[in-house]
Write a protein that binds this ligand. Structure first.
Ligand SMILES: Cc1cc2nc3c(=O)[nH]c(=O)nc-3n(C[C@H](O)[C@H](O)[C@H](O)COP(=O)(O)OP(=O)(O)OC[C@H]3O[C@@H](n4cnc5c(N)ncnc54)[C@H](O)[C@@H]3O)c2cc1C
Length: 410
C-alpha cells in the first residue's frame, strides 16, 4: 500500500459507511474520510424497514441470494463469494449486535430499532479512525494525470488517491451527468418497488384484504410474480405486486404505468383442477347457496365480489350453477383482469433501478475498469433488489469489496 493513502468516500449512507469501515479495517494506515452532503449520515438506514432496518435476508446460498436482484444478479453472485448474507450476520455478531430472523426470513436488529445499526457503524468509525465530514457535498471530480483525484467541496479543493462513490440512487438522469463526465456509462435511472394504482377498479372497496398466494401477470408480457397480494384503498400492493414492480421496472415505465394485470386468486391452481374442485363442491354441498359456501381460503367478501364480477347470483345453489356460470367464475378466479393507471411509493420505501453500468465495473474490486482508482458501492450502481433486506445486502457486499480493494497497488 502507498504511504499516506488518502481515500475519499463520497456519500455517508449505508454503502459509504460500510466501504469506509472496510477500507480502514483492511488498511489501518490509510486516511479514510466520508464526505456527506447533508447534515446527517445514514439517514435512509434510520427510516428503513419502518424504523427497524431490515439489514439482510436469511438466504445463505449465493446463487439463490442473487436471484432476488432484478438488476445485478450475475455480478452479485460472484461478489457474494467475497461477502454474503452470512458475512453480514457474522459482521454484526462480531460487534455484539444481536439480530433476529423473522418467519419471512427478513433479518432485523433484535432491538427492533435502526438506531442500533447506526450506533454500531458510528462506534466502529470512531474506533477505527474514519473521519466523517457532514455538509460536505463533493463535486467536480477530476482525475489528475498521475492517477489521483481532485474534487470541490464548496470553496475547498480536496485531493484523494482513491475514491469510492456511494452517493445512492437518483431518479433523475441529470443527477448522473457528473459521472458521465468521469467516463462512466450510465443506465437510465427508473423507480423500482412501487404499488399499483387502480383508480377505476371497484375492488378498492375491499381494502385491507390479503390473499396469501396469488399469481399476478402483466397482460401481453412475460412478467409474472407470486406471493401475498394486498388490496389497498388505491389499488393493489403486497409482495406479489412489489416483485412485479421490481422485475418490470423498465417495461412498466415504458408503458407510462398504464397496463392491465391478470390475477389468479388461487395461486398455481389450473383450470382442470378447479373444475374438479367445483364438481366436488356440488357433490358435497349442492344444496348450499354459492354466496354462503366459499370453497377457498380467501375472505368471503372477496368471494362475493368475484361472484358479482362474474354475474352470478349469490343466492343460486351450487347444484344450479350450470356450465356457463362455472366457466365465467373459473375465468374470474384464474384470470381476473384489472386496469392499472399510475403507481404509488410503498411505505416510502423505494429504490432506483439504473445508475452506473455494471459491465464497466470489476466486481472483485468494485473498481472502474478504465478509470483506475475510482470505485463504486451501493445503489449508485445499476443494482437493485426486491424488498426483504436485499438492497442493504447489496450495499454491504459492494461496500465491503470496494473498501477491501482500496489499498491495492496498481
Ligand atoms: C424508506 C426506505 C426504507 C428502506 N428500507 C429498507 C430495508 O429495510 N432494507 C433494505 O435492504 N433496503 C431498504 N431500503 C433501500 C435502502 O435504504 C437503500 O438501497 C440503501 O440505503 C442504499 O444505500 P446507499 O449508501 O447506496 O445510498 P443512500 O443510503 O441513499 O446514501 C447515499 C448518501 O450519499 C449522499 N450524497 C449524495 N450525493 C453526494 C455528494 N455529491 N457528496 C456527498 N454526499 C452525497 C446522500 O446524501 C446520502 O446520504 C429502503 C429505502 C427507503 C427509501
Amino acid at each position: 500500500m502507498k504511504q499516506n493513502l488518502h481515500v475519499a468516500i463520497i456519500g455517508g449512507g449505508a454503502a459509504g459507511f460500510f466501504s469506509a469501515l472496510s477500507a480502514k479495517s483492511h488498511f489501518p494506515a490509510a486516511e479514510v474520510t466520508i464526505y456527506e452532503k447533508s447534515a446527517k449520515v445514514l439517514a435512509k438506514v434510520k427510516v428503513s424497514g419502518g424504523g427497524r432496518c431490515n439489514v439482510t435476508h436469511a438466504c445463505f446460498e449465493n446463487r439463490a441470494l442473487s436471484k432476488f436482484y432484478p438488476r445485478g444478479e450475475n455480478q452479485l453472485r460472484k461478489a457474494f463469494e467475497i461477502f454474503n448474507a452470512q458475512s453480514t450476520v457474522d459482521w454484526f455478531a462480531e460487534r455484539n449486535v444481536p439480530l433476529v430472523t423473522l418467519p419471512d426470513n427478513c433479518i432485523f436488529p433484535k432491538s427492533d430499532d435502526s438506531q442500533t445499526i447506526i450506533d454500531c457503524f458510528e462506534n466502529e468509525a470512531r474506533k477505527l479512525g474514519v473521519q466523517v465530514k457532514i455538509q460536505s457535498p463533493l463535486a467536480d471530480i477530476t482525475r489528475l494525470h498521475h492517477g489521483t483525484f481532485s474534487m470541490k467541496s464548496g470553496e475547498k479543493t480536496i485531493f484523494a488517491d482513491k475514491i469510492i462513490i456511494a452517493t445512492g440512487g437518483t431518479p433523475k438522469r441529470s443527477g448522473l451527468d457528473w459521472l458521465e463526465n468521469l467516463g462512466c456509462k450510465i443506465v437510465d435511472p427508473l423507480p423500482s418497488l412501487f404499488t399499483f394504482n387502480m383508480p377505476n377498479e371497484p375492488i378498492k372497496s375491499l381494502m385491507g384484504i390479503v390473499v396469501e398466494n396469488a399469481v399476478v401477470k402483466v397482460e401481453s408480457t412475460k412478467l409474472l410474480a407470486q406471493g401475498p397480494l394486498l388490496i389497498t384503498h388505491w389499488g393493489m400492493s403486497g409482495p406479489a405486486i412489489l416483485k412485479l414492480s421490481a422485475w418490470g421496472a423498465r417495461i412498466l415505465a415504458e408503458k407510462a404505468y398504464n397496463f392491465a394485470i391478470l390475477v389468479n386468486w388461487l395461486g398455481e391452481v389450473k383450470e382442470d383442477q378447479l373444475r374438479k374442485d367445483f364438481e366436488q363442491t356440488i357433490a358435497l354441498h349442492g344444496a348450499k347457496m354459492i354466496g354462503n359456501l366459499n370453497p377457498f381460503v380467501f375472505p368471503n367478501r372477496l368471494w362475493n365480489y368475484l361472484l358479482e364480477k362474474s354475474g352470478i347470483n349469490p343466492e343460486l345453489r351450487w347444484k344450479e350453477i350450470g356450465k356457463k356460470n362455472a366457466n365465467k367464475l373459473i375465468n374470474t378466479l384464474l384470470n381476473d383482469r384489472y386496469e392499472v393507471s399510475g403507481k404509488t411509493t410503498f411505505k416510502e420505501e423505494f429504490v432506483t433501478a439504473g445508475g452506473v453500468a455494471l459491465d464497466q465495473i470489476d466486481f472483485k474490486t468494485m473498481e472502474h475498469r478504465e478509470v483506475k482508482g475510482l470505485h463504486f458501492a451501493g445503489e449508485i450502481l445499476d443494482i437493485d433488489g426486491v424488498t426483504g433486506g436485499f438492497n442493504f445486502q447489496g450495499a454491504w457486499t459492494t461496500g465491503w469489496i470496494a473498501g477491501k480493494s482500496i489499498g491495492n497497488l496498481e
